[in-house]
Design a protein around this ligand. Structure first.
Ligand code: PMV
Length: 326
């Protein structure tokens, strides 16, 4: 039977986290670490999921039971996507799904979004259904909302479109930016952040301080717009400066952490143009813009501050077909 392998990239939020949930724009870059998903029909009435890196060995569920009963956390996005795909296009028989990731789910590179997008694309190819990038976005974003109840959809857009994307309004605007390269150093704090918890924490803070938080969001939007121009004109020094300013705004939202602050400070002392947290905050990764001549000293400073330097390239291709096997 035909096996289709598709892959989608992880992402790094460059500017605009949290504010994007409230209708402001953000800029996200796809990274050159991907999640691969193989799919094939199995002639049965159940789906079978193999995700060894997530501790899943032949998890199976009847097509008619998808999304029902207990759905274990590691399989949630895959199972709900299968359910939504079945709801829209009908799976006449079961599928065997196998996933393989280039990166650890701990970094916050958006493994759930990447696996959802790669699977949706694989299933549509198995069934010979032409889905536009927009159709794919709708199906996958619905899945994120069904699983998490919140999220802007920026990670889904990065996994589908790749490159560097200007995003807002739940996908109303998805613009692919023309960014030639971005000399970035990425440092992992060693702490896994829980995005929904941090999003709720910001919502709670906003409930008590609406004016203050909405003002912070307006300043963040201003940073995003300036950063867009600086990115398109390769003005690394300016991007660094904007990152450091943005970081101050994000700490006012209460989402930075001791570890993030330590790595950010180390990167700047090591000679970076600027640095900030990336994503929900509370842990995961920080990013720093550097002149290539300073890369070594910035990486060393991050390591001395007990961070793990994660080597990633930016602007990777969006979801794609890897292999068709018979
Ligand atoms: O933690 P991450 O990398 O998934 O980023 C979350 C970014 C938020 O704006 C906080 C949430 C969202 O869905 O936009």
């Amino acid at each position: 039977m035909e096996t289709i392998t598709t892959s989608a990239p992880g992402k790094l939020m460059l500017f605009g986290e949290h504010a994007v949930i409230y209708g402001h724009p953000c800029i996200v870059a796809a990274v050159d670490q991907r999640i691969r998903v193989s799919t094939r029909f199995n002639g049965k009435d159940e789906v079978v999921i193999q995700a060894p890196q997530m501790g899943l060995d032949r998890y199976h569920k009847k097509i008619s039971d998808l999304g029902k009963q207990e759905v274990p956390k590691p399989v949630r996005f895959i199972e709900v996507l299968l359910k939504n795909f079945h709801g829209q296009f009908v799976l006449e028989q079961g599928v065997e799904v196998t996933t393989k990731s280039d990166f650890s789910a701990s970094y916050g590179f958006g493994s759930s979004a990447a696996v959802t997008v790669a699977l949706a694309s694989g299933l549509s190819k198995l069934k010979n259904i032409e889905l536009t990038k927009r159709d794919l976005f709708k199906l996958c974003y619905k899945t994120v909302l069904d699983v998490q109840g919140l999220g802007s959809g920026f990670d889904i857009a990065a996994a589908i479109f790749g490159g560097v994307v200007y995003f807002f309004g739940g996908g109303e605007v998805i613009e692919e930016l023309n960014v030639s390269s971005l000399p970035l150093v990425v440092g992992y704090t060693g702490i896994k952040a829980d995005t929904p918890t941090l999003v709720r924490q910001v919502a709670e803070f906003r409930r008590k301080n609406v004016e203050l938080v909405d003002n912070i969001f307006k300043y963040i939007e201003d940073m995003v717009k300036r950063a867009r121009i600086a990115l398109e004109t390769s003005n690394w020094k300016r991007i660094g400066m904007l990152m450091t300013k943005d970081q101050m705004l994000l700490s006012q939202l209460g989402i930075s952490s001791e570890e993030l602050e330590r790595l950010i400070e180390a990167a700047i002392e090591g000679g970076a143009y600027g640095a900030k947290l990336s994503g929900a905050g509370g842990g995961d990764c920080m990013i720093a813009v550097v002149d290539e001549s300073k890369r070594g000293s910035v990486e060393q400073a991050i390591q001395e501050a007990k961070g793990e330097v994660v080597k990633v390239g930016l602007g990777a291709e969006g979801v794609r077909l890897e292999l068709k096997d018979y």
